[in-house]
Design a protein around this ligand. Structure first.
Ligand code: RB5
Length: 142
């Protein structure tokens, strides 16, 4: 499965760990950043969100210190549903109820073990559809 991934400096180490841990499951397209040197998170979240918006079936991972900066940025793009997830229960619900296509991790507030569990759950859980499909249909403003 092809997966887009990006982080700012605060998420760089977790991004690296996730790429290594899931190396056999996913084919990565990495939008950066490439070090722990300070950068501006929208410069990485916007290009990833553009790629997700252009491909209905795509999935992605975004990481910054709190997760909020990249989530707020990505959700400016129509058809991008970026969900901040800090445990696997929330990750499952983000897929089941919100059909989230981007999982967002708060690198400074989640253990590596929990982050791996969130990613595992996010990518193995299906959207439930039904009443949730009606609600998701109402998200976009256009
Ligand atoms: C960077 O220091 C930090 O502000 C950023 O990673 C993120 O948490 C912003 O929302």
């Amino acid at each position: 499965m092809k997966v887009y991934i990006a982080s700012d400096h605060a998420g760089f180490e977790l991004k690296k760990a996730i790429k290594e841990h899931f190396t056999n499951q996913f084919e990565w397209t990495d939008f950066g950043t490439d070090s722990s040197e300070s950068v501006d998170y929208p410069d990485y979240a916007h290009p990833l969100a553009e790629a997700v918006a252009a491909d209905n079936d795509s999935r992605a991972i975004l990481i910054c210190g709190t997760g909020n900066g990249v989530a707020i940025t990505a959700n400016k793009h129509a058809d991008v549903r970026a969900a901040l997830c800090w445990n696997k229960e929330i990750a499952a619900l983000a897929r089941q109820h919100n059909n989230a296509n981007v999982v967002v991790l708060p690198a400074r507030f989640i253990s590596q073990e929990d982050a791996f569990a969130v990613v595992e759950t996010f990518f193995s859980t299906d959207f439930e559809g039904g009443r949730h499909a009606r609600r998701v249909e109402k998200i976009n403003l256009h």
